[in-house]
Design a protein around this ligand. Sequence first.
Ligand code: NA7
Length: 544
Amino acid sequence: MTQADTQVTATNAGGETVLDAFIVGCGVSGIEALHRLRSAGFDAIAVDAADGVGGTWHWNRYPGARLDSESYSYGYFFSEELRNGWDWSEHFCGQPENERYFNYVVDALDLRPFMKLGTAVTSAHWDPDGGTWLVTTADGDRYRTRFLITGIGILSDPKYPNIPGRERFSGAVAHTARWPKGGLDLKDKRVAVIGTGSSGVQTIAAIGPIVGSLTVFQRSPNWCPPLNNEPITPLEMAEIKGQYEAIWTKTRTTRGGFIHGPITASALSFSPEERRHWYETLYGRRGFARLYTNFIEVIRTKELNAEFSEFLAEKIRARVEDPEVAKKLIPVDHGFGQRRPPYETGYYEVYNQPNVELVDTTETPLAEITENGIRTTEREFEFDVIIYATGFNSVTGAFERIDIRGRDGASLGDSWRQGPNTVAGLGTYGFPNLLMLGGPQAMGGNIPRCIEHQALFLDSLMRHMRDNGLSRIEPTQAACDEWTAHVAEVVSMTLYAETKSGWFWNAVEGATGHSFGIYPAGVVEYGRRLREIEANGYQGFVLS
Ligand code: NA7
């Protein structure tokens, strides 16, 4: 694989490194952006606080961390050589293999020389005089860049529960999204897990069989269909390689960007028994088939949603021996698909172990963390290890960690106080030459497939600007408002709006706005809209 000739990175008289593009993040988005921009001849670098590449797959190294997009639909498709040079060992690969994959990509594309790892970006201020961004990093380095490109994710800033005494606990502590690289010894230990989202569900299923005792603090149960993961044999992998073009096409033509196609027939054209039979079939399928190969009415109408949810509730009751525990594990405040479903492997069976206890924190809230464990409003528990599987300051958290200041000196965090307001998640008013990949109001479904659309858009936009002597781009306020209204309209067509879902909604502390954090129309529609924006001369943006 060859790189196009790149310009040589220069330093100005002020000691600032001068760049065309500064990319924040070396995860799924940052890697693709860096590859595309360098291949197009732009002087671009990518910087990450992590000391390794892979973003999500660098940080989230908790036991059981695993894909729930099929691995071969998650990796990069843009290079035949790249995809054929890698063998996936499972349909849904675990974190170590995913991290190895991103390292493979970075080396195969020869990107490492243009990456700086282990260095947090602390600030990025727009300088109206030069029409550039001044970026500073934690090690004191300064960069003068024409474009600031973020690839920092909407689920990357770990959130801890607001419980007093966290610092007092004398045992071992880990957040699933900041799991220690050397691992944590959990064998025969008394372990607490707080949180039962995707990370909690995967962690609990993985550690249940090895710990001494496990206490799960659950605030909201989720609907968790089985992942149905299996190894990929060498023969199957050879077959997958032969089908990559077709798989790619499928991810570009199915709503969520997964390999799971829709059934177009209306649920109502089948009898309840026929639907039940289909639900059983789906239960045996893999990953997101339960959402994307289901009847569309399941996420659009309360009746069908309740029917499928009850089907899943029956499965939980059949798998969990104690009816009281089963009852606690069945969501009552939302139906299947209204929140992001975790996918499980042996999760429910963990609750049949005699050394596992489920504590419902809506009945007995967490009161404080003590030196020896956790005290709820009812009693005190002693632990050797506390695991926080409490998710992220979602959607805008990662953007607020960096002091990003735009045209009038206002911070991005303040501008988004009422929720993010963007054109297709790509740019936001008041922040010229800030282009976002994998950011708010854009994603939904199989994340790398959304990013792929954005990276293509970025690639052609940057070439277009260079070819036409343009150096500045900024969306209009009206276009941002229009996109936010469009996102809200799409949301109103689903049942998402009826549920408070931590990672769909903007999580800015004290926010009163109700901007939706992702784009629930799906990857295909998102890609179509990006192409439309481009075809209409970057509609919604002012280029000069
Ligand atoms: P999630 O899905 O945000 O889950 C966080 C979990 O932590 C969820 O069950 C929360 O309950 C729970 N939580 C958060 N704060 C508390 C407090 N204070 N007390 C009790 N429980 C709490 O994050 P994940 O890391 O699991 O998954 C994030 C994404 O990563 C996922 O969607 C995939 O795309 C991969 P709540 O539901 O808010 O009541």
